[in-house]
Ligand binder design. Structure first.
Ligand SMILES: Nc1ncnc2c1ncn2[C@@H]1O[C@H](COP(=O)(O)OP(=O)(O)OP(=O)(O)O)[C@@H](O)[C@H]1O
Ligand SMILES: [Mg+2]
Length: 1049
């Protein structure tokens, strides 16, 4: 329990630290709280400081910025997921789980489609982020057996897609070479019930060509490394990747961070889970193998320039694996089919054309297989169409600038450009809308709108894509020069477009004659002219593959543009959340933070603008309810509860906190705080207040608990009471009912008897008659009840006596002090009195038998005291309740010498008294000790006076409440010093005991006004008693001793 409490304590402390004090230690966890929000340096410094502490996540409002740690962090465990479950965004440190949870909850509560856009450059961690989000949903969402399978498939689709669609590039060992847009559908319980993947433009050129240091798609290496010998024999493959031309270009068959063998196993395990049959897996592998064989297909050139295949066995294997006719394949690889004026013509390809056609075929085969694979996964995720909202996840390839940027890079960067536009528009729009709906005046923030670049690329008839389309569809061979010229003519004046010809001296040097340069928002990129035969997706591949379909192709760029348009449409209709991934260094190393690289990304991701927009108005906003809930302890009027309107509560609170007018604004449902400092001060105040709140909560809780306990007990008592009373009442009612029924029956039967003489019923008469007779006797007895006992009233009086005695038995007094006695009927008055006395005597006897000897002694003394003092002395009533003690002096209090002097006369009772001198009335402290035959007055060790009981003439006591008493001694005895004038606070006890011991109870005189006493040798003294406010004994007038007694109530 102790460890748990300690752990809990640590957790609470950690949460508080991360939520509140982390801002002081490792920057701010939300950039909007950055004081110097216009400074890029401050922004990057905050990122760097947090990165150094492994705090890779930071917010800009609701946008999550994530820096790739390039190492495994312990922040993705199940416990962490639980921490973030159902917790508000700002309550806890930033995390991808917080964003996932928030999106999930928003989807459920607002019933609106959500989408999470993950962007960043290649290697920034987009795919990892998307996997973390999926994992969070799979683990934390409610599920059942069936849905668990679906969750499994969702997760298992990842390694398969990554095997076929990811590759090692210079920037990322596991770079996604396709765009993935995945949705997860939830039912009303929040259980994931389906999913769907849309894939965008796979980088097919990688199938046939890789830059130095890069690899082909993972699956090729996985198959060769992981596939068992039998499989490789079936596919006619050799284990060494160096034997395959499509795998040697990058000269990088192995990557230290990747285990192809293990990944192969993972993929082979995942495929059946997703729903691939063994046959389908085999066919899929056939295709992968066929691509490798296609790469090794070589051509020779005949004398007339015609091309022929030199690797015949390779081609036969290929035909076998693809399941196509060998000769048709051979012809397809070496000839082209043209359609002119409705007639088909077949003409041979030259060597270069044949090589291009082969590569195009390989790319097409792989590309279409990939599309088929995605379709297959989609079938297995089987999205059910229901009206419940969806959560979407977009993980698209990041912005790329390579040495050689081809058509595919153009598409990738165009896609990022579009996403950036969407991001700016949506974040700005939502911000603006928020101010509008809340009725807050808004100042427009200047930001760069990259629509101008998007237009340059996609505008109808005037954009680069349109021009490209035209150029490709133009009859005859496509030509780079004419395409470039056309671009210069049409978009040459555009500020974001530069060619060698259009560039000024400095730029001209970095743009070659076959390139054009686009000034993207994220950076400047030179693109190879895309009609060039080097990257002939456009000029050969698509045409070539579509020839087989006999269809006129849609240009790849237009295709891509259209699919992007659709994507933008989808995204615009959702509630977006953003993850902006940042790559800290190019070396894929943990702990390295390359400031230049990060600054570049911060710039092109538009994070500073995002922050400025967020901060332009107000740094912070909270719903009234949430704000009041958090800070209400800081104001006595809002604590513990505010009962008025929320806005008034917030207003009272901020007034109490001393917010200045320029520091905040109240909207319709939210408070907007302009400066982070204001919020920090408030947070600090709350932190300082917490111990006090804790104490209040503790007290309230304890009070509540005790009250609840009391209420429970009270309720139980009431239940028992009412049950008991109910039972009693029911019994009484039953008895009454029975009595009433008896009387009713009796009367009705009597009535029947008298009214239905005609229907005389003998049996009835036999039943009723005795009852009737009794009733008549009873009535008669009642009438004669005051007469002497006679036959007429004997039944009634007996009944009354019987009833009285029965009643008396139950109501007999239980103690001698209880004087109650039931009133007897007149005929029993005398008997009742006898009984009462008998009962009383009986009780007294019983009581006396129970009395102990000490108690008996006490009683006897009390009785004597009563006889002497009752109604005679004011202080007597008070003394009744106080027990007489055996002695008021402890044994040790009596001096040993005195005891020795007394010898065999044992001290029976001792008490401290004050003796007054007979003449001067000087008070002297003394002990009065009583033995069986005499009393002595002792001054410490000395016996001052001995008073023999036999010689005692009398005892005088005043009638007021004082404690004066005089022991009268014989006047003729010269040995005696005269009467002893004494005072004791236990006067009744002392006098009673003395009188009893001396057997002189009748010698006690109670004197109302004064007491006369003799001083030695026959002289007289007088004590006067009067009433006053307090006790006083002093010498009064005429030499009398005046005793003022306190008035008693
Ligand atoms: N949160 C993380 N924790 C640990 N390592 C990470 C994390 N995010 C990324 N990485 C590391 O960075 C590598 C690259 O990440 P990822 O594949 O997600 O990049 P990407 O943005 O998807 O790049 P691309 O655009 O090329 O697909 C991962 O393979 C992993 O090693
Ligand atoms: Mg990726």
């Amino acid at each position: 329990c102790g460890t748990r409490a300690a752990r809990l304590g640590t957790e609470v402390r950690l949460v508080m630290e991360s939520a509140l004090t982390a801002r002081d230690r490792v920057g701010v966890q939300d950039f909007v709280l950055l004081e110097n929000y216009n400074s890029e340096a401050a922004f990057i410094e905050n990122l760097r400081r947090r990165f150094r502490e492994n705090l890779i996540y930071t917010y800009i409002g609701s946008v999550l910025v994530s820096v790739n740690p390039y190492k495994e962090l312990e922040i993705y465990s199940k416990q962490q997921m639980e921490r973030y479950r159902g917790v508000s965004f700002y309550e806890i440190s930033p995390h991808i789980y917080a964003l996932s949870d928030n999106t999930y909850r928003a989807m459920r509560t607002e019933r609106k489609d959500q989408c999470i856009l993950i962007s960043g450059e290649s290697g920034a961690g987009k795919t990892e982020a998307s996997k973390k989000i999926l994992l969070y949903y799979a683990v934390t969402c409610p599920t059942n057996d069936h849905m668990a399978i679906l969750g499994d498939r969702l997760l298992q689709s990842n390694p398969v897609l990554e095997a076929f669609g990811n590759a090692k590039t210079l920037r990322n060992d596991n770079s996604s070479r396709f765009g993935k847009y995945m949705d997860v559908q939830f039912d009303f319980r929040g259980t994931p019930v389906g999913g769907h993947i849309l894939n965008y433009l796979l980088e097919k050129s990688r199938v046939v060509h890789q830059n130095h240091g890069e690899r082909n798609f993972h699956i090729f290496y996985q198959l060769l490394d992981g596939g068992d010998d039998d499989l490789l024999i079936t596919l006619d493959l050799e284990r060494n990747p160096q034997n395959y031309r499509y795998l040697v270009k990058g000269n990088c068959p192995r990557v230290s961070s990747i285990s192809d063998k293990n990944n192969w196993k993972v993929v082979m395990k995942a495929l059946p889970v997703i729903g691939f049959t063994e046959e389908e897996v085999q066919k899929l592998l056939n295709i992968i193998a066929s691509v490798l064989h296609l790469g090794n297909t070589q051509f020779g050139e005949g004398e007339e320039g015609e091309t022929y295949i030199t690797t015949e066995t390779q081609t036969s294997n290929l035909a076998k694996l693809l399941g196509v006719d060998g000769s048709a394949l051979r012809e397809a690889l070496t000839h082209k089919k043209l359609t002119a004026k409705g007639e088909e013509m077949i003409s041979p390809l030259n060597y270069e054309q044949a090589v291009s056609a082969r590569d195009a075929l390989a790319k097409a085969v792989y590309g279409r297989t990939f599309t088929w694979l995605v379709e297959k996964i989609n079938q297995s995720l089987a999205l059910k169409v229901t009206e419940f909202p969806l959560s979407w996840l977009l993980d698209i390839y990041g912005f790329e600038v390579l040495q050689q940027n081809s058509f595919e890079q153009f598409c990738i960067n165009y896609c990022n450009e579009k996403l950036q536009q969407l991001f700016i528009e949506l974040t700005l729009r939502s911000e603006q809308e928020e101010y509008e709906t809340e009725g807050i005046t808004w100042e427009t923030v200047q930001y760069f709108d990259n629509k101008i670049i998007c237009d340059l690329i996609e505008e109808k008839h005037k954009g680069i894509i349109s021009i490209l389309d035209e150029e490709c569809l133009r009859p005859g061979e496509t030509c780079d020069v004419s395409f470039l010229e056309k671009l210069e003519d049409t978009v040459g004046s555009h500020p974001h477009f530069i060619t060698h010809k259009l560039a000024n001296g400095k730029t001209r040097r970095v743009v070659s004659r076959e390139e054009f340069r686009l000034l993207h928002y994220a950076g400047e990129v030179n693109y190879n002219v895309m009609c060039q035969s080097d990257n002939q997706i456009l000029s050969h591949c698509f045409r070539r593959e579509e020839v087989i379909d006999q269809k006129r192709p849609e240009m790849a760029a237009t295709q891509f543009k259209n699919s992007l348009m659709k994507l933008m449409e989808i995204l615009m209709s959702k509630e977006p959340s953003y993850v902006r991934c940042i790559k800290p260094n190019d070396a894929k190393q943990p702990g390295r933070f390359d400031e230049v690289l990060v600054r570049h990304q911060v710039k092109y991701l538009g994070l500073m603008e995002n922050l400025r927009v967020r901060r332009a108005g107000f740094a912070y906003r909270r719903h009234f309810e949430a704000f009041l809930q958090r800070y209400k302890p800081l104001c006595p009027e809002t604590w513990p509860n505010w009962h008025g309107r929320l806005v008034d509560g917030v207003s009272t609170l901020v007034n109490h906190l001393g917010y200045k007018a320029e520091e905040y604004k109240l909207g319709r449902s939210k408070i907007f705080i302009r400066f982070p400092k204001t919020l920090f001060t408030t947070e600090d105040a709350l932190e300082a207040k917490k111990p006090e709140i804790a104490l209040t909560l503790q007290t309230s809780w304890r009070g509540y608990r005790e009250r609840a306990k009391y209420q429970r007990i009270r309720h139980a008592v009431i239940v028992i009471q009412s049950g008991w009373r109910g039972m009693k009442a029911r019994r009484r009612a039953k008895r009454r009912r029975q009595a009433a029924e008896l009387i009713r029956r009796f009367l009705s039967d009597t009535f029947l008897l008298f009214t239905s003489v005609s229907n005389f019923n003998f049996a009835l008469v036999v039943n009723i008659l005795p009852c009737f007779c009794l009733f008549v006797r009873f009535i008669k007895g009642f009438i004669y009840r005051h007469e002497e006992y006679c036959p007429e009233n004997e039944y009634f009086l007996d009944h009354v006596r019987y009833s009285f005695l029965k009643n008396l038995r139950q109501k007999l007094p239980k103690s001698v002090l209880d004087k109650s006695w039931p009133t007897p009927p007149p005929s029993l008055v005398e008997a009742s009195e006898h009984l009462r006395r008998l009962h009383m005597r009986n009780m007294v006897i019983k009581y006396c038998r129970r009395v102990q000897p000490e108690w008996k002694k006490q009683m006897m003394q009390k009785v004597v005291a009563s006889e002497i003092f009752k109604d005679q002395k004011d202080s007597y009533p008070q003394s009744v309740g106080r027990l007489f003690l055996d002695s008021r002096l402890e044994r040790e209090q009596i001096n040993l010498k005195v005891v020795q002097t007394l010898g065999s006369d044992k001290v029976q009772y001792g008490v401290s008294v004050t003796k007054y001198d007979r003449r001067g009335f000087k008070p002297r402290p003394r002990q009065l000790l009583l033995t069986n035959t005499f009393a002595v007055l002792v001054d410490r060790t000395k016996i001052k006076q001995r008073i023999d009981y036999a010689a005692l003439r009398g005892i005088s006591v005043g009638s007021l409440s004082d404690g004066m008493f005089v022991l009268h001694m014989p006047t003729e005895d010269n040995k005696q010093k005269g009467d002893a004038v004494l005072h004791c606070s236990h006067v009744i006890e002392v006098v009673t005991k003395l009188a009893m011991m001396a057997n002189k109870t009748s010698y006690v005189n109670i004197n109302p006004g004064s007491i006369r006493f003799t001083v030695a040798r026959g002289k007289e003294g007088i004590i006067d008693f009067i009433r006053g406010s307090e006790l006083k004994v002093a010498k009064g007038k005429r030499g009398h001793l005046l005793v003022v007694s306190q008035r008693l109530r």
